[in-house]
Design a protein around this ligand. Structure first.
Ligand SMILES: Cc1cc2nc3c(=O)[nH]c(=O)nc-3n(C[C@H](O)[C@H](O)[C@H](O)COP(=O)(O)OP(=O)(O)OC[C@H]3O[C@@H](n4cnc5c(N)ncnc54)[C@H](O)[C@@H]3O)c2cc1C
Length: 328
């Protein structure tokens, strides 16, 4: 690990001053960044430790719920406002990592975690456009079982590893940030980026911006929701495919509103509004769920080792929707 400076500002304003130093990075719980520093994949010159900033509350806000960026993943998952009003968010958090990691990881850090693509993570691989733009992508000809089937580019086929982010995409969360030029709100769909020609850039956060909170918007209906994660082991494994499904049924049992997001398949949580629209007006059932699943994976382009993900994704969507529909 390369030597680095460490600073722990006491306020957001001081954090914004510290982050202006060249080569500096925010440090949340450190569960991802410190790993990457040990590997030599990331080597910040200054760590600006923000995890003790007073941004660790969960409260009702504008009819919804505001979760401070420094709230631990485990605290958010167990909080009554999250569990009762947004069960899909709680379930997604609890499906991630291990209890020990969730006790350290912060909400802001979870959004910013880097891909788990082996070729990115391990700097002994020379080719990685995410680490060294222009060097190539070793995953495309390599072992790509965990990689993207949707939204990838000839430069990068990595996937975003977060479970939480899939649920946040489904409930249309809004990310609150503060930066040198003031505060702004970023709709979740615009927070992460597809790789395109610039895979080194994961998000639309501007230099120096700090995530301060995540807003879960008012939704009368996300209680009928389910997060399904398919993985190689029952715990402590990243998703091969995951689905956040949220349904609103009218008094006759027809679908009034639906939200669907998939994880493990793309460089960002994958949503296709047309798939959600297909469900509206129908009674829950395998046929319409399968139609929505087909729409969600339309245009999938698997690689040598991950062709299985296409049908796995379809089946996971049908199962997640069936589980959500069965809730009372
Ligand atoms: C073995 C293992 C298994 C895991 N399994 C899963 C899993 O199954 N599902 C899952 O979702 N996750 C999983 N994780 C990832 C884990 O959830 C993340 O490491 C964690 O959420 C990152 O949060 P952190 O606070 O520790 O971030 P850090 O490691 O501190 O930071 C990560 C990045 O976020 C930036 N950052 C941190 N806070 C802010 C902020 N407020 N504003 C702007 N930038 C910020 C940092 O600069 C850094 O680039 C796993 C991790 C490990 C080590």
């Amino acid at each position: 690990m390369r030597p680095f400076q460490y600073t722990r500002p006491a306020s957001v304003a001081n954090a914004l001053v510290s982050i202006a130093q060249p080569g500096s990075k925010y440090l949340g719980g450190g569960t991802n960044l410190v790993d990457l520093m040990r590997m030599g994949t990331e080597s910040p010159a200054v760590l600006v430790d923000v995890h003790r900033l007073p941004l660790a509350t969960i409260e009702e806000h504008a009819g919804g719920v505001r979760i401070g960026a420094m709230v631990r993943n485990s605290d958010a998952a167990e909080h009554p406002l999250v569990r009762e009003r947004y069960p899909v968010v709680s379930q997604a958090l609890l499906s991630g990592a291990s209890a020990q990691l969730r006790n350290m990881a912060t909400m802001g850090g979870n959004l910013m975690q880097r891909t788990r693509c082996e070729y990115f993570y391990d700097p002994t691989f020379q080719e990685c456009n995410k680490r060294h733009p222009g060097s190539g992508c070793a995953a495309i000809p390599g072992y790509n079982r965990m990689h993207a089937i949707l939204g990838a580019s000839p430069q990068c086929i990595a996937v975003h590893p977060s479970d939480l982010c899939v649920a946040l995409a489904a409930v249309e969360a809004v990310v609150q940030v503060r930066g040198p030029r003031g505060s702004r709100s970023i709709p979740f769909a615009d927070f992460h980026r597809l790789p395109g020609a610039t895979p080194a850039i994961d998000t639309n956060l501007r230099p120096g911006e700090l995530i301060t909170a995540i807003d879960l918007p008012p939704m009368p209906w996300p209680r009928r929701s389910h997060y399904l994660k398919i993985r190689d082991r029952h715990s402590y494994a990243f998703a091969l495919v995951s689905v956040a499904a949220v349904l609103d049924l009218d008094s006759a049992g027809a679908i009034r509103n639906a939200r669907l997001a998939m994880g493990g398949v793309a460089h960002k949580p994958w949503r296709v509004p047309a798939a959600e629209q297909l469900l509206v007006g129908s009674k829950p059932g395998d046929e319409v769920f399968r139609a929505a699943a087909n729409e969600l994976v339309r245009g999938a382009r698997p690689h040598r080792y991950n062709g299985f993900k296409v049908e796995l994704a379809r089946r996971a969507v049908v199962r997640a929707l069936s589980s959500a529909a069965a809730l009372v």
